[in-house]
Design a protein around this ligand. Structure first.
Ligand SMILES: NC(=O)c1ccc[n+]([C@@H]2O[C@H](COP(=O)([O-])OP(=O)(O)OC[C@H]3O[C@@H](n4cnc5c(N)ncnc54)[C@H](O)[C@@H]3O)[C@@H](O)[C@H]2O)c1
Length: 244
C-alpha cells in the first residue's frame, strides 16, 4: 500500500465520483493530496475524512488565475507537486442539432482549457523538481463517433490530442503525460439519466454492468506511480470491454 509513498498530488473535481475515489486511493497508497473542486461542501468533507494527508482548495479549473492559487496552496501545505490528475469534467447529452455555441464553450472551457491550464500551471514546478506524472481523464466517447454527445465527445477527443502532444513536449523535463478513458462509470455524472436508459446502456457493456469509480482510480494510481516510469503518451481504456 505504498505505491505513491511521499508523492504529492493535485486531483481536480475530487469532491465526488471518480476524483473522490482517486483521492482516497492515493492517500491509502501514501500520497498527500490536494482535492480541488467547485463543490466546497463535499470537497471539504472528504479532505476532513482524509486528515493530515489532504487539503481542499476551492477551484474552477476553467479559470487560469485560480490554478495559481492551487499550486501555491499545494506547495505551502506539502512542499512540491509530483502528480496532477485532470479529472474535473462536465457532460451534457446533446446532439449536433441541439448544441449551441454556449454548450460548446462550456465543454471547451471546463474539459479542454481546464486540463490545459492545469498542465501549464504544474509544468514549471515539476520541471524544477526533477519531473512528475500528469494523468488526463478523457472518455471512450473519444474513440469513435458518439451519438448525442457532440460537444462532450469533441472536448474529450481534444484531451487525447493534448495528452499526446504534451507527452512529447514534456518528456525532456521528465514529466510523463498519459490518459485514462473511462467507460460508463457509476458516479453522479450518470445519475441524471433515466433508470431505463441506464439499464439499456448497461446491456451494451460486455461485462453487463457500470464500472465503479474505484476501478478508474486503480488505473490512475498505476499511471501516477513509478511503476509506469517508462510510460508516456499512453491511453488506458477502463470500460468493461465496451471499446473492444
Ligand atoms: N461517469 C462516467 O461514466 C464517465 C465516463 C467517461 C469519462 N468520465 C470523465 O470522468 C471525469 C470524472 O467524472 P465523474 O464521473 O466522477 O463525474 P462527477 O460529476 O461525479 O465528478 C465531476 C466533478 O468535477 C467537478 N467540476 C465540474 N466542473 C468543474 C470546474 N469548472 N472546476 C472544478 N471542478 C469542476 C464537479 O463538481 C464534480 O465534483 C470527468 O472528466 C468525466 O468527463 C466520466
Amino acid at each position: 500500500m505504498n505505491r505513491l509513498h511521499n508523492k504529492i498530488a493535485i486531483i481536480t473535481g475530487a469532491a465526488s465520483g471518480q476524483g473522490a475515489a482517486e483521492a482516497r486511493r492515493f492517500v491509502e497508497e501514501g500520497a498527500k493530496v490536494v482535492i480541488t473542486d467547485l463543490n466546497e461542501v463535499d470537497g471539504k468533507a472528504l479532505a476532513d475524512q482524509l486528515g493530515d494527508s489532504a487539503i481542499f482548495v476551492s477551484h474552477d479549473v476553467s479559470d487560469e488565475a485560480s490554478w495559481q492559487r492551487v499550486v501555491e496552496q499545494c506547495l505551502a501545505a506539502f512542499g512540491g507537486i509530483d502528480i496532477l490528475v485532470n479529472n474535473a469534467g462536465i457532460y451534457r447529452q446533446k446532439s449536433l442539432a441541439e448544441t449551441d455555441q454556449a454548450l460548446m464553450d462550456l465543454h471547451y472551457r471546463v474539459n479542454v482549457l481546464g486540463a490545459f491550464f492545469g498542465m501549464k500551471a504544474v509544468h514549471p514546478v515539476m520541471k524544477a523538481h526533477d519531473g512528475g506524472a500528469i494523468v488526463n481523464i478523457s472518455s471512450i466517447a473519444a474513440l469513435r463517433g458518439s451519438p448525442g454527445l457532440f460537444a462532450y465527445a469533441g472536448s474529450k477527443w481534444m484531451v487525447r490530442g493534448m495528452t499526446k502532444s504534451a507527452a512529447q513536449d514534456l518528456a525532456q523535463d521528465k514529466i510523463r503525460v498519459n490518459t485514462v478513458l473511462p467507460g460508463l462509470i457509476d458516479t453522479p455524472m450518470l445519475a441524471g439519466n433515466a433508470p431505463e436508459y441506464l439499464e439499456e446502456i448497461k446491456q451494451m457493456v460486455p461485462f453487463k454492468r457500470l464500472g465503479a469509480p474505484e476501478e478508474i482510480a486503480d488505473a490512475v494510481v498505476y499511471l501516477a506511480s513509478d511503476e509506469s516510469r517508462y510510460v508516456t503518451g499512453a491511453e488506458i481504456t477502463v470500460c468493461g470491454g465496451m471499446s473492444a
